[in-house]
Design a protein around this ligand. Sequence first.
Ligand code: ZN
Ligand code: ZN
Length: 587
Amino acid sequence: MIKKLLFFLLLTAIFAACKKDSMAPVNGSVDDAAFNDYEKHFLDEFWKLNPDWGTSVGYHKYDSILLIPDKKYRTKLVDFAKIQLDSLGKFQPTTFLQTNKMDYAIMQNQMNYMIWQVQQLKQYEWDPSSYNVIGTFAYMLNEHYSPLSKRLTNFYQKMANIPAYYKEAEKDLKNPVPELMDLAIEQHLGGLGVFEADFADSLKKTNIPEATKKLMLDRAKLSADAIKGYTEFLKTMKNDHPRSFRLGKDLYEDKFKYEIQSAKTAQQMYNAAVERKKFIHHEMAKLSVKLWPKYFGTKPMPSDSLEMIGKMIDTLSASHVKPDEFQSAIVNELPKLRAFVAQKDLITLDPTKPLEVRKEPGYMAGVAGASMSSPGPYDAGQNSYFNVGSLSGWPAEKAESFLREYNQYILQILCIHEAIPGHYAQLVYANKAPSMIKSIFGNTAMVEGWAVYSEQMMLDAGFGDNAPEMWLMWYKWNLRSVCNTILDYSVHCQNMQKQTALALLTHEAFQQQAEAEGKWKRVSVTSVQLDSYYTGYKEIMDLRDDYKSKMGDQYKLKDFNEKFLSYGNAPVKLIKDAMLAKEVKKN
Ligand code: ZN
Ligand code: ZN
């Protein structure tokens, strides 16, 4: 999974459309130039309204600002979006370069999404966890983007509004969702250390005068008190008619439309996922029958095919590295993947953009496994890191369960997904197609879909020597994405109950009880997020079929891969329009 910080949108000012007064760029029309000019102004104003989001993507001009999420603010947010939609309406996107056409559609979607969030979704009324200042403060302490004393000074100034921020939250909440109340309490108490300890520790490392330090620490105490006060408020709040955590079908379809930006509806994707699950079970059964004698000899096969598959998976999971070999196993995997991609001519990997592997930084500890840290759009020149967690100090039982999950087969698939040719390769291509809009409003379904697609693409090309073990394990892994979609839709739109959900995950997706419980918790505090993996994967596979028909004899897998990635982090449906267009315009 890619590390991504989510922030509550904040807003302060209003922006008027800019004039079309720029010079034409080399490759585009006067309209393209005017549009690029407008994009810059748009972002300048956007960050004033969304300082926390700005901080998280490397735009640090408003680091010291904490906006109060009140009604006035929400009105400004809607006004801003309406003005932008109006400004966008003055352009003729049909004449634009492909990349600007996509930016245009993404901006339009984003503005409509903002209005919909305020007017329809109204999460500020029912989601106590949507109010949380801690993430940005922690980010300012931990990311070394500017000198420590400067970051701490901004931290100090930003803290001034924390008490008012939570007073407003208490005022605006109406019939909140109980699961989200618990989450808010848990997250706020869990993050208190940022104000009660981490800030003070960081202050010690600076030469800020003692008297100033004292003021800063006093404010940190007030901030911690405000946060504790908020959790007390939530614990004692009278809440006789709480909203259900289930989003409901109408809101769900809309949210899916704005967030996933698929050409299909959520229901269509759900239906496709149900079909996919059947197909995978069928394939898994065939593979398990084939493998049975090798691992079980003449022992009779269970007559229930899901039970037989489960036994096979369980047996294969025992093949895993030792806890202290986990990091080196991942490091050793990467050159193999690089070599395979080159040998099969699947995609060109830029040798000047090496992937740096690092041990997981301390503040990310606990997120075991592996993840990519990519530079934000405002510091795109910096390195991408492949963070690999260590299992040192883990209790033996926990390590064993983790290693069974990330057994020798899944470990290879994980490296494909996160690194080559998954997230890392995608990022390198995205950085070559510089578009602030696509980086900032990056489409998670495209990003995750590519990573999932790349796993299958590698196996199809013969990675893992077509071993049935490898395919069986990949199907299990792929089933997780598929069942994420089934689960999310069923729970939020079809009232699926916990017991049914757990049965789906453990019985039909072969997950451990603990993993299934964790997924249930996630689905009860998020919505639509879990759809991105399968939806993106499915749309890319479908697009590839269409592209194959379009290209006929000229089709080459490598061309498809590179062309697909060349557009950057755009929704697959927009890439599809570009790739299937009759006359392919120069970019
Ligand atoms: Zn991922
Ligand atoms: Zn073991």
